[in-house]
Design a binder for this molecule. Structure first.
Ligand SMILES: NC(=O)c1ccc[n+]([C@@H]2O[C@H](COP(=O)([O-])OP(=O)(O)OC[C@H]3O[C@@H](n4cnc5c(N)ncnc54)[C@H](O)[C@@H]3O)[C@@H](O)[C@H]2O)c1
Length: 393
């Protein structure tokens, strides 16, 4: 039997749209035809389409008409309307993280620090409900682009949990680096929060996923989050922060450090750190303390390769690893960073769902639990860490 062909559209033409397109070139279970791109930054969309020999569509609707699936690679504020537009026409939506959120009251000068966080929780739960309802009505589905679920180290841990019947007692994990590149990231009204959602969603969703795997392996159903206690801080906006030029520090109204302490319904726990204050490249890891084993998943960096370079200029044309400040001295070049990060595996899996109906590991329910946990965590942080119940879907 020949491979099925999937017609694809990309929404957004920035960083995520770039790695999505690159990973589409590596999908081999299906044929992929990229029909076009649409982005509100028309100049960026024109450059993106020209470079890749695809059409720049004039509207979202025009793009959706042509395709079976859209990749939602826009800032989080636009995820819900674009996903709904696709689902209403029975087209799949591959939605980047975070699934959705609360982006303020629409006022130009909305301040993410001063509004009651219960509003953010209520609005984001309502957004999730709208997205889940649209998915239920549609012939298509939401595929949640949480690459940590597909990272090879997390998938190896899934195998260990499933085959050994492990009970996970404690997960701790972190996503951190020296600051996101996107201009819009600095504003709550575009990002739906700060680092707790922007980066914290990655290790949190991996933790929720592994507890789901654990419960399903025992035929008991997923083990869901029950409550969360959290702290957030804005370290780079402290009056006494001394800027040496290595850490991004122009955030407007968002947190740049966060800690979530999650209690699951079986009483076990996860501690999730996220920050924008870490030098030395991306720091993405997850550790699992189980009743029968202990695993450390190093997503980035890892020691597949270690290189000593005595002079910066030797490596001027060499990509080493994301967000390192220098290539001189010892470094850990990633021979295939996308692979360790889970991007191509995620794309392959989604296209197998599209073509052959395979069940996605990262779906709207997992995304919904992550969003619900994170906004409950913002409510907790507002109360200096008081325990807040998490609603699950
Ligand atoms: N999984 C990951 O590792 C990862 C990494 C980076 C970004 N992301 C996610 O990808 C998404 C995009 O982030 P980015 O870094 O690519 O941002 P970006 O600023 O680089 O690009 C955003 C693009 O979206 C377009 N856009 C904005 N609003 C739009 C709308 N309403 N309709 C159509 N196009 C619109 C812009 O014109 C731009 O081309 C975010 O949700 C982000 O969290 C995920």
């Amino acid at each position: 039997m020949g491979k099925k062909t999937i017609r694809t559209g990309i929404v957004g033409a920035g960083f995520a749209a770039t790695f999505h397109f690159n990973c589409l070139q590596k999908v081999h279970g299906t044929n992929v035809e990229v029909e076009g791109v649409f982005a509100t930054d028309t100049a960026q969309a024109a450059g993106y389409s020209k470079q890749r020999g695809i059409e720049a569509c004039k509207s979202l609707e025009e793009l959706i008409e042509k395709v079976d699936v859209v990749h939602v690679c826009t800032p989080p504020v636009a995820h819900e309307p674009i996903a709904l537009a696709a689902l209403e026409r029975d087209k799949f939506a591959i939605v980047e993280k975070p699934l959705t959120g609360y982006f303020g009251d629409g006022s130009e000068d909305f301040n993410g620090e001063t509004f009651p966080k219960a509003d953010a929780l209520n609005h984001s739960l309502a957004s999730i409900e709208r997205m889940l309802a649209a998915e239920k009505k549609s012939k298509a589905r939401i595929l949640y682009a949480e690459n940590w679920v597909y990272a090879p180290s997390i998938q190896k841990e899934r195998e260990i949990i499933e085959k050994t019947g492990a009970q996970i007692l404690w997960i701790h994990g972190e996503e951190a680096h020296s600051g996101s590149h996107a201009h819009t990231y600095a504003f709550w009204k575009f990002s739906g929060g700060g680092v707790m959602i922007g980066k914290g969603c990655h290790p949190l969703t991996a933790a929720l996923y592994l507890k789901r795997v654990e419960g399903n392996a025992r035929n008991a159903g997923p083990i869901r989050p029950k409550s969360v206690s959290a702290r957030t801080h804005a370290i780079t906006r402290l009056d006494n922060f001394q800027d040496k030029g290595h850490i991004r520090c122009d955030y407007h109204d968002i947190d740049d450090f966060s800690l979530m302490h999650v209690v699951f319904e079986d009483g076990t726990i996860a501690d999730i750190f996220a920050s924008d204050i870490i030098l030395g490249g991306i720091h993405n890891w997850l550790e699992v303390a189980a009743n029968n084993h202990r695993t450390i998943c190093n997503i980035n960096p890892n020691t597949a390769m270690r290189t000593y370079n005595p002079a910066e200029e030797y490596f001027k044309d060499i990509y080493v690893v994301e967000k390192t400040g220098t290539k001189q001295g010892w470094s850990m070049p990633s021979p295939d960073e996308d692979w360790f990060t889970g991007y191509p595996q995620e794309m392959e899996a989604f296209y197998r769902t599209l073509a052959y109906g395979e069940r996605p590991e990262s779906d709207s329910r997992l995304a919904a639990d992550a969003i619900s946990t994170i906004y409950s965590a913002y409510v907790s942080a507002e109360k200096s860490g008081a325990e807040v119940a998490v609603k699950t879907f």
